[in-house]
Ligand binder design. Sequence first.
Ligand code: MG
Length: 546
Amino acid sequence: MAEHWYKNALLYCLDVKTFADGNGDGIGDFAGLTEKLQYLAGLNVDCVWLQPFHPSPMRDNGYDITDYYGVDPRLGTLGDFAEFSRCARDKGIRVMIDLVVNHTSIDHPWFQAARSDPHSPYRDYYVWADEKPADAAEGTVFPGEQTTTWTWDREAKAYYFHRFYDHQAELNISNPAVRREIEKITGFWLQMGVTGFRIDALPFLIELKGLDAEGEIDPHDYLRELRHHVQTLRGDVCLMAEANLPPEDVPDYFGDGDKIHMSFNFWVNQHLFLALARHDATPVRVAWEQLPPLPVWCQWNNFLRSHDELDLGRLSDKERQEVFRAFGPEPDMQLYERGIRRRLAPMLGNDRRRLEMAHSLMLTLPGTPVLRYGDEIGMGDDLGLPDRESVRTPMQWDASANGGFSSAPPEQLVLPVIAQGEYGFEQVNVEQQRHDPQSLLNWLERVTRRRKECPAFGLGDCSFIDTGLAHVLAHRCEYQGTTLFALHNFADKRARFKLPLGAAGTQTGCVHDILAGHRHELQRDGHYQVELEPFGYRWLMCETGA
Ligand code: MG
């Protein structure tokens, strides 16, 4: 049976401008990234997802684009991108890029034309109103920073709609010309060698708020249209959605397997942090079981942290406060009334046991894991930086100046490298961890290699097992005759329990501890006696004699 590459891949998310600076100007670039491809290959990465690298006034970290066909000149040229894309392919690494077409920067030539001439063909690329809508104060993505979703434009003499910042004008997806532009943009980058797109802010992209078209067209048909277009151009394409969906909305986005291929699993991510805060696995299990099954072509993206705040908006107020207390108790650790602007390692107290357990969960829960750059070495955050920049500091390569990120003077760096304390680059860097067999980096290299040998975690049917212990999450994944078990202890205490391993009557065989390499005989009653250390985890394969 044909398999879909993205369903059993390891993705790695990075921002070109903070990863590696090849020309010494203080800004990461494609030349620097290309040199680091071997590092990513060594980490068993199948696909890199690049955050936006297009020309931009950088008022929202590049998510405010002025030219969809270009490369920000500070990051390189289109030729540098092509070379990067070719070198990645040669190393067996696919490339996905951000598709940010919910909005453009107001500096984009389309908006400039639209605002200056009501008869411009670009006027209808955006969403306008003569009067400020009554609900303008509601629904901003950045509460506390934006107070309205409609802003008056003096030149246009009209209000324009923006879910995000007021410098990010919403594109009008009901306009066929805008859809045609998105076809051209996706077609262009597929020709440049990318395998797919992470669709930024997907639920907002397909909303029709403020448009007369509301009720006339089905925005979800547009997802089918986009999928058909990209799949026609490239058969192994992948559309990955940034969509923070409640379970009941999931089918709308996956359709019959004819819309998006994957979506970030924000639902489970938020409940995972609730479970970590409570030392109780129940929220993860309950959240998983609330999700509907996905069509066979589709997959979840499992992740721990992203380039944004840890969004806890789907939790109840009480639950969110629990997570705040555990992982972001100070007001300046919190953001937008819903999230935490910290990296994983500081949230987990730099406790190696908890870091391993959290990564093990990301790798074994059904889905495709997405690793955020820097988490493989346990990088920290810089709360002295504004907003989400706290988790966007440059990659720490070695103990030399600027952590080896750039040879420029420190004051020229795009963002400061973390230099002080427990997470400073002299303590936390790739080079030092490379030479330490016990390091987090080497641990992650080993477990990602084992994960690739266990496709049942990505492709199999998953079910949860009741161990009788609330702090233990036990799940089994079955695929093509292989049965894997993953066991995770969320508490700072040992867990002893009997794991029922297989079909009734299975009384012979052995259990293979995949990470430790041990084999144990199955007990006569078909159970396996497990003892997990505090925050311990196991990956088991059952080899029955039946
Ligand atoms: Mg540079």
